[in-house]
Design a protein around this ligand. Structure first.
Ligand code: FAD
Length: 477
């Protein structure tokens, strides 16, 4: 395989380029660029400018991309701007097109019989959930940013969230895609088919490509039956191994009804008590606890199932305390606690945050070894929490009480490398659900299989020979 990297000589999207587009697109596609398109939530990248375009239809996207390819203008796709790895913001391109999907918000087809829903890429995740619910169906992908993240961004980052355990990630929930490829041609792949073995599945190249192989303009999504009854419990577990044993016990007894299973460490609860005292902590601040969410159909009764589970788990020495939600409001309280942990982290200020995954069986040993590795680097606090049911941990390192993250800037790289080396040794991934973006380009080069990386570069240069699609994201430019 050969690497054919184009030289970095992008044309700025100014002057004649912008003028020609004015003749080809409706006025509504031209937007004033405001600061939010140049920022990202962690403040690591700041865009220097751009031509903000918000096309209203797939053909308009195709016109922009075709024109950009002809003139070698860089295109940075923009969804809800909630990405956490800098994929949606470029700091060093000479005036790129920032292509926002915010005007492509049509629901094209709701099909409860096929259990499928076709929406344009700019539809916000929460609206997808609402449209599905109106059709008495469930779109299960759930993340804290669902009020802003758009379906094109969700698919482009292959987002995960709390229900991956039961329903899979964005990739598993996508049946078909429409996309504009880097030469401006339109890929017509919207389909509710579950079986379609007609050669390479380009859908799976575009999902998780973070805008480097084209622009997703619409998607057919997979819907599920809505569970008749939901329930939740929080339980204090002996240690991370007991959490995994409890997960297996829950799946043995309740089967597919286990929708989410979240591990919560004491540090996260202590941060909530300190920074968000309104958040109720029903179990106090145990060293380790879990939040279990159930969705049952038929005659299944979540409260009874959770009581049975607690009794069996207590007898097995896995849990020592627990509380079962007695109402939907209480269930929402438990989730509010869990969803507030990232905000608590933000208020304390992490030195280094890691979105990682390891095989579930390796989680206890990874956590044990991680404590030793971080202790060897200095006096830090670890907040380890996350979607333990699918091996995805958010492993964040904070300064000791009374210190500030700014005191440890010089140590950030060493901490990050130590954590990622440990993940690699445990057979894990240094990007579980947030993607690579611009943040983890070096990690990709360091940790992924060289054959995979070489194949990725060949695919990129074959589909995008001018290198216009989101240059510098995922692959170095
Ligand atoms: C509070 C909070 C909680 C979060 N929780 C989770 C979580 O639990 N799980 C999780 O996986 N992520 C989570 N995220 C990360 C983020 O929400 C997801 O990555 C989300 O999928 C990004 O969607 P977006 O529309 O905001 O995309 P953006 O941030 O706009 O873009 C993300 C990437 O996709 C590209 N892109 C956007 N739209 C398109 C398109 N139509 N075609 C091609 N490329 C495109 C961009 O160029 C960029 O590379 C969280 C973020 C926040 C702020």
């Amino acid at each position: 395989m050969t690497l054919d990297t184009p030289p970095p000589d992008y044309t700025p999207a100014t002057g004649a380029f912008a003028e020609t587009l004015r003749g080809l697109l409706p006025e509504a596609a031209f937007r004033d660029l405001d600061a939010r398109y140049l920022e990202e939530s962690r403040g690591r990248w700041a865009g220097q400018g751009g031509l903000l375009l918000a096309p209203g239809a797939t053909e308009e996207v195709a016109t922009i991309v075709r024109h950009a390819a002809e003139h070698r203008v860089a295109v940075v796709p923009y969804g809800g701007g909630t990405g956490l790895v800098g994929g949606q913001v470029s700091a060093d391109l000479p005036v790129p097109v920032i292509l926002s999907l915010e005007r492509m918000t049509r629901v094209r087809r709701v099909d409860p019989v096929e259990n499928a829903l076709t929406v344009e890429a700019g539809v916000i995740l929460q609206q997808v959930q609402e449209v599905a619910a109106e059709a008495d169906r469930l779109f299960p992908l759930t993340i804290a940013a669902q009020g802003s993240a758009r379906i094109g961004g969700i698919l482009s980052t292959n987002a995960g969230g709390v229900n991956v355990l039961r329903y899979g990630n964005a990739r598993d929930l996508c049946l078909g895609l429409e996309a504009v490829l880097p030469d401006g041609s339109v890929l017509h792949g919207l389909s509710p088919l579950r079986k379609n073995n007609t050669g390479y599945d380009l859908r799976h190249l575009l999902i998780g490509a973070e805008g480097t192989l084209g622009i997703i303009t619409a998607a057919t999504l997979k819907l599920w039956p809505r569970p008749a009854r939901m329930g939740a419990a929080m339980m204090t577990v002996r240690d991370p191994q007991a959490a995994l044993d409890l997960l297996n016990l829950a799946r043995d007894r309740i089967g597919e009804g286990v929708s989410a299973f979240e591990l919560i460490g004491r540090t996260g609860l202590a941060f909530l008590a300190e920074t968000m005292p309104d958040v109720r902590l029903p179990l106090g601040q145990p060293e380790w606890s879990v939040l279990i969410d159930l969705g049952l159909g038929g005659a299944g009764e979540p409260t009874a199932a959770l009581e049975d589970l607690f009794v069996a788990a207590e007898a097995a020495g896995l849990v020592s305390d627990g509380v079962i939600a007695q109402s939907e409001a209480q269930r929402q309280d438990f989730w509010h606690l869990r969803e507030s942990i990232p905000e608590g982290n933000r208020r304390i200020g992490a030195v280094s945050s890691h979105d990682i995954s390891v095989p579930t069986a390796a989680i206890p040993e990874f956590i044990r070894a991680g404590t030793g590795v971080i202790a060897g680097l200095g006096d830090f606090r670890i907040n380890c929490f996350g979607h333990v049911g699918d091996g995805n941990l958010h492993y964040n390192v904070f300064p000791a009480p009374g210190q500030d993250r700014a005191d440890h800037v010089d140590e950030r790289d060493a901490i990050k490398s130590a954590v990622h080396d440990l993940v690699h040794r445990h057979g894990g991934s240094v990007s579980a659900e947030h993607g690579v973006g611009r943040l983890k380009v070096g990690d990709l080069e360091r940790y992924v299989d060289p054959t995979k990386l070489a194949a990725m570069r060949v695919i990129k240069s074959a589909l995008d020979p001018a290198g216009i699609m989101n240059p510098g994201a995922v692959l170095r430019r």
